[in-house]
Design a protein around this ligand. Structure first.
Ligand code: GDP
Length: 474
């Protein structure tokens, strides 16, 4: 049953910035220190949280007093090795279970660059959150445990699944840290053998460009080759992890096209005490936005005025978070918008999309896409239900039509079912709610989807064409 959402007639709303600014000058200022977002992925216990904790501590973002407090707390429950990891896993629930549950973002700034770190849960039950995180990232940082490489790399492990999802959601560059080198006696032989296997998988199976992969050895726990060079790894001549990230930041950043439409997927909502006000946050996917402009939120088509824009830099471990007010926000930045003058705040949900009110996205219930299936146990027939992951939410869906299977030679063939590793053009129908979507041609990142069934990722795809749910109503 399709959710009953009443569409409003869109009212033309004045969309004038509050303040006259020199847009080019403001953007140039931002671009002198660009932001790169990277997601930390890898099998459970490979040392992801510890690595981020180490990064924050060695950069001086977390002070020794905070670390000391966390060490005392972790000692008290017999988990002393987790003190660095706890810098990121701050909530009680996560600590008790020892796994990172939700994705957690942290903004950091060094002398040369800005980063948004996205920490994703490694446990297999939390792949959905990881998909959400990947869709907001420019780069993947893969952490591999040098000592239990095989379990993570097996078909049941998360190493391959995370990398497959990352590539299929449009991540083109990957940094691989072969971690816990202290336990592997800092052995170059162990390191080389792991790098060879991962590189083969990334290049041959996932079709990453070899030049877009960077490998490095590390010990997040001891801090070797994270921010400082390591005496224990004399055979490694490359830059530290921080050096690599700064290098990637320089290479990957390019000026934002300010003429492309403003689009932001809402990933978090905070109520305010007022009935016509809401704080929404997310990553700006494309374009630019200024306070005073009006946005339309799809699918409900609520219209609001952006009262202020802020970027939150968290001082991890202390209660102080800095809300830096912005004169303008651009694609790639993680921002919080204070929305005012909403007729109603009730219809706005996580997964909705904000655009300028002059450029409303129409929600759709069906779309045509090119999918690529992963390894699946049973064939997918027309009518098979699955879960679609899009805009950070999951929506029950079904395979409504198989238009054609694309063979290796690029020729299309008719077929009634799909099996492992098939590439096909299909029509997907959303069963419980409609979504505001864009095609792959319109946006290479937003126009992608992931399909899951029975708790496993079964395929990924690119949206080719939208079938309008509300046919030409507006
Ligand atoms: P995550 O599940 O990938 O986030 O892994 P955690 O960061 O929670 O680490 C899991 C365990 O591995 C903890 O006991 C860490 O102290 C330990 N660990 C993490 N990095 C290292 C490392 O570089 N060397 C050693 N010896 N242990 C590590």
């Amino acid at each position: 049953k399709v959710a009953d959402i009443k569409l409003k007639d869109p009212k033309p709303v004045a969309s004038k910035p509050k303040q006259k600014i020199n847009v080019d000058a403001e953007l140039a200022k931002k671009n002198s220190k660009p932001n790169l977002s990277f997601i930390v992925i890898g099998h459970v216990d490979s040392g992801k949280s510890t690595m981020i904790g180490r990064l924050l501590y060695d950069l001086g973002i977390v002070d020794s007093k905070t670390l000391h407090k966390l060490t005392k707390e972790s000692d008290a429950i017999g988990k002393s090795s987790f003190s660095l990891a706890w810098i990121m896993d701050q909530t009680q629930e996560e600590r008790a279970r020892g796994v990172t549950v939700d994705i957690c973002q942290t903004q950091i700034e060094t002398d040369a660059a800005k980063f948004t770190i996205i920490d994703s849960p490694g446990h297999k039950d939390y792949v959905p959150q990881m998909i959400n995180g990947v869709s907001q990232a420019d780069l993947a940082l893969m952490i591999i445990d040098a000592n239990s490489f095989e379990s993570g790399f097996s078909n049941q492990g998360q190493t391959k699944e995370h990398l497959t999802i990352a590539k299929n959601l449009g991540i083109e560059r990957c940094v691989v840290a072969v971690n816990k080198m202290d336990v592997a006696q800092w052995s170059q032989t162990v390191y080389d053998s792991i790098c060879t296997q991962i590189e083969q998988f990334l290049v041959e199976e996932l079709e990453f460009e070899r030049d877009n992969l960077i490998f490095l050895p590390s010990s997040g726990f001891l801090g070797d080759n994270v921010v400082s060079k390591s005496k224990n790894l004399p055979w490694y001549k490359g830059p530290t992890l921080m050096g690599v990230l700064e290098q990637e930041n320089r290479e990957m950043s390019h000026p934002v096209d300010k003429s492309s439409p403003f689009i932001m997927v809402i990933s978090d909502i905070q109520d305010s005490s007022k009935t016509d006000e809401l704080l929404v946050s997310g990553r700006v996917n494309s374009g630019v936005i200024q306070p005073g402009q009006s946005v339309s939120i799809s699918p409900s088509q609520e219209v609001a005025v952006v009262d202020s824009i802020s970027i939150t830099t968290s001082n991890v471990g202390s209660s102080a978070t800095k809300h830096n007010l912005q004169k303008i926000a651009q694609a790639g930045e993680f921002v919080e918008l204070k929305l005012k003058k909403l007729a109603s705040t009730e219809n706005i949900k996580v997964g909705d999309v904000a655009t300028l009110s002059s450029n409303v996205l129409q929600p759709v219930k069906k779309f045509k896409c090119e999918v690529r299936l992963f390894n699946i146990d049973r064939p997918l027939l027309v009518g098979t239900p699955f879960v679609l992951f899009k805009n950070g939410i999951s929506v029950p869906s079904r395979l409504s039509e198989i238009e054609s299977i694309i063979n290796k030679d690029g020729k299309a063939k008719k077929r009634r079912h799909l099996s492992s590793n098939n590439r096909a053009v299909v029509v997907v129908e959303l069963l419980e709610r409609e979504l505001p979507l864009v095609t792959y041609a319109q946006d290479h990142k937003l126009g992608r989807i992931v399909l899951r069934k029975d708790g496993l990722s079964i395929g990924a795809g690119k949206i080719l064409q939208l079938v309008k749910f509300w046919p030409d109503r507006l």
